[in-house]
Design a protein around this ligand. Structure first.
Ligand SMILES: [Fe+2]
Ligand SMILES: [Fe+2]
Length: 280
């Protein structure tokens, strides 16, 4: 029995064999099968439409995300990597699929507010003045403003709030709202760790520095990254999230070995992690 879609195209067939109780299939059987086939056609078509909608939504979000990152050659791929790292953390913390979807879209779109950041600030090489820093930090609020205009499904309704709080700090000294501890959504606390890790391990236009020393524009050597993550646990970062990320850092590096990360950087780092007992 063919299963046809609305335009008459065949999308599946049903095969019935060995009638229960023996004998041949009659007209009643055929009519029953026909009505079953038309119900199945509707169900299959609906499922295909939903899949297509999901795909088209996801690809629009990925394209938007890449558009913002492409404004500066050094941030190309940033949001994609932040999303990947965040998903790794979420999985290792046992976070379920619904929240992981939130993290995926909030990760892809977290810096979309940078679309409104002035070129003179976004493309500046060197440290920011106080006014430039303020303009840069505005991107978190702009992310919320832009995403509030989107129609997100019920399941993704929290994406704008989560995305715009990726620069909050666990001790309440972050921005834009100085949220503290568990007032910061868990998904934003995860993005915060992934975001800082990507900024530190990527070449950037501003020199990376600690309180005591100014360092280069290049990716930060891993021992320093580790120190920042460990020292930041409890003040900058949620300690549980920072610990979870230390556990998946090797996977994060291996995922982009030879692409974003040089093979030497990854191999040396993994050796350091192994010696520090952070590899299983
Ligand atoms: Fe940001
Ligand atoms: Fe970011």
């Amino acid at each position: 029995m063919p299963i046809n879609n609305r335009s008459g195209g065949r999308i599946a067939v049903i095969q019935v064999i060995n009638k229960q109780g023996g004998g041949v299939f009659n007209d009643d059987d055929e009519n029953l099968l026909k009505s079953l086939a038309s119900q199945m056609a509707i169900a299959i078509e609906n499922a295909q439409l939903i899949d297509e909608l999901k795909l088209s939504f996801e690809s629009s979000m990925r394209t938007l995300s890449a558009t913002v990152d492409a404004r500066h050659h050094l941030t190309a791929g940033h949001s994609e990597r932040v999303t990947e790292y965040s998903m790794m953390i979420a999985r290792s913390m046992g976070i379920g699929p619904e929240e992981r979807e939130l993290i995926k879209y909030a990760g892809l779109l977290h810096d979309i507010g940078k679309i409104g950041t002035k070129d003179t600030v976004l493309l500046k090489s060197g440290q920011f003045t106080a006014a430039e820093r303020m303009e840069m930090e505005m991107h978190a609020v702009r992310t919320k403003e832009i995403l509030d205009n989107f129609h997100f499904s019920k399941a993704l309704i929290q994406v704008p709030f989560i995305a715009s709080h990726h620069h909050e700090r666990f001790d309440g000294s972050g921005y834009p709202d100085r949220l503290r501890g568990e007032d910061i959504p868990l998904c934003s606390r995860i993005l915060a760790v992934a975001d800082v890790f990507d900024a530190l391990t990527s070449a950037r236009d501003y020199p990376k520095y600690t309180e005591t020393e100014t360092m280069s524009y290049n990716p930060m050597p891993l021992p320093k990254v580790l120190r920042i993550l460990e020292n930041g646990a409890g003040n900058q970062f949620d300690p549980a999230v920072a610990a979870a990320f230390l556990g998946c850092m090797a996977d994060a590096l291996l995922k982009y070995r030879g692409e974003h990360f040089s093979p030497t950087y990854v191999d040396e780092t993994i050796e350091i992690l192994r010696r520090a007992g952070l590899l299983i």
